[in-house]
Design a protein around this ligand. Structure first.
Ligand code: ASP
Ligand code: MG
Length: 412
């Protein structure tokens, strides 16, 4: 019998009525002949509340105890969910991460899954029960409870779908699916029927907060068909899957903006082996997460290095850069915290030309100045003034017709 994994996020199980609504979706699948595995998150904002409770008692809580505490939110949801299903006449059994031996490494608050024992679940499914598993949690080899990082239930669900060779992993949330861009900023954004893992990974790392990024990486690696859909309606949602040939016909699938970025430039650094290694070793030592890096030689003696950091790391990064400026005898140090990134993503860029030209031409026409440009194989990002970024996004979305479903766009 085919297995389907259904993951319900916090908003989709926020109260009794919503749990019942989710349970009805489970029963529909069961009646359609599937074996169903549910993965659930903590109800509503419960995880945030637990964090607050912890900090009230200890501003620096032991990491093990924090994971032990946060894992309880999901544990409540799964037993309540099982009770709801039983009340509706559907046999169900709930599990914590530990009970199904969701084995992780021992890195509290951002543990990585190492293995899952599917036997416990399969045995219950074969008895005709729905298995309901607490997301976001596992245990390490010593039996300590670990959590996978905020939003980690998506990853639990996709990992389970992989381990059980499920036909599909449905991620139920409070939006209809993945949009071409954030509909709160660009009102005409449309939902995508399909998106490739690679595009979704880029969009997720560019701040499109639909899914936990590691869950997408898992899906790609283990070939899990993921469907993001709304728990409140019957829309088919967005399928995240491998690249299919028709995806290449679409130049750009999505666009994002990121406002919490800053750029640091070291101008006139010594153009000798080891300078870049030194700069980024120092930043790493200070635990600064560096995003796009740009280096260019400006003369045989000198080069410029620039990099982007999140604003939460800016202060630390600035201090490191100031020390480096003195030590390396740089000509100048520039820090721009008034910029934001506008990016376009699409696997079509691999095989088609003209994307860069269209992006830059559109920004020029909109009179938006580009501070810097970075690219990957399937992405182009421009740093622009933060006050102009929403206007820039709108212009770019219209230029790439992100207000229309892919099949209605002009062929390129
Ligand atoms: N409850 C956890 C969180 O709020 C995990 C999840 O929602 O996926 O981050
Ligand atoms: Mg979530």
């Amino acid at each position: 019998m085919a297995i389907i994994v259904q993951k319900f996020g916090g908003t989709s199980v926020a109260n009794a009525e919503k749990i019942r609504r989710a349970a009805r979706r489970v029963i529909e699948r069961k009646q359609a002949g599937y074996q169903v595995v549910v993965v659930a998150s903590a109800r509503g904002h419960q995880t945030d509340e637990l964090v607050r409770d912890a900090l009230e008692l200890n501003p620096n809580p032991p990491r093990r105890e924090m994971d032990q505490l946060l894992s309880t939110g999901e544990q409540q949801t799964v037993s309540l969910f099982a009770m709801a299903l039983e009340a509706m006449g559907c046999k169900a059994i709930s599990f914590t991460g530990a009970q199904i031996r969701m084995l992780t490494d021992g890195v509290y608050s951002k543990a990585q899954i190492k293995s899952i024992n599917g036997d416990f679940i399969r045995r219950e499914l074969d008895q005709g029960r729905v298995a309901i598993v607490a997301g976001f949690q596992g245990i390490d080899m010593y039996g300590n409870v670990t959590t996978l990082g905020r939003g980690g239930s998506d990853t639990s669900a996709v990992a389970l779908a992989a381990a059980l060779k499920a036909e599909e992993c449905e991620i139920f949330t409070d939006v209809d699916g993945v949009y071409t861009t954030d509909p709160r900023i660009f009102k005409q954004a449309v939902m995508l029927d399909e998106i490739s893992y690679d595009e979704m990974l880029e969009l997720a790392s560019l701040g499109a907060g639909v899914m936990h990024i590691r869950s997408v990486a898992f899906g790609k690696r283990y070939n899990v068909k993921i469907r993001v859909r709304n728990s409140g309606n019957n829309n088919p949602g967005t399928i995240i899957t491998h690249e299919v040939p028709q995806m290449e016909g679409v130049l750009v699938s999505g666009a994002t903006i990121q406002k919490d970025m800053a750029k640091i430039s070291l101008v006139g650094i010594p153009n000798v082996p080891g300078t870049a290694a030194n700069v980024f070793a120092r930043l790493a030592e200070a635990k600064v997460v560096v995003n796009d890096i740009m280096q260019t030689e400006v003369s045989p003696q000198k080069a410029n290095i620039a990099f982007m950091v999140g604003t939460s790391d800016l202060q630390t990064a600035k201090e490191v850069a100031e020390d480096l400026k003195k030590e390396l005898n740089c000509d100048d140090l520039f820090v721009r915290d008034d910029i934001a990134l506008v990016s376009v993503v699409g696997v079509g860029m691999r095989s088609q030309y003209g994307v860069a030209e269209k992006m830059f031409g559109t920004l020029a026409k909109a009179k938006v100045n580009i501070d810097s440009i970075t690219t990957s194989e399937i992405r182009i990002s421009c740093a622009v003034g933060i006050d102009e970024v929403e206007r820039a996004l709108e212009a770019v979305c219209l230029a790439f017709e992100l207000d229309k479903p892919a099949r209605q766009r002009k062929p390129v």
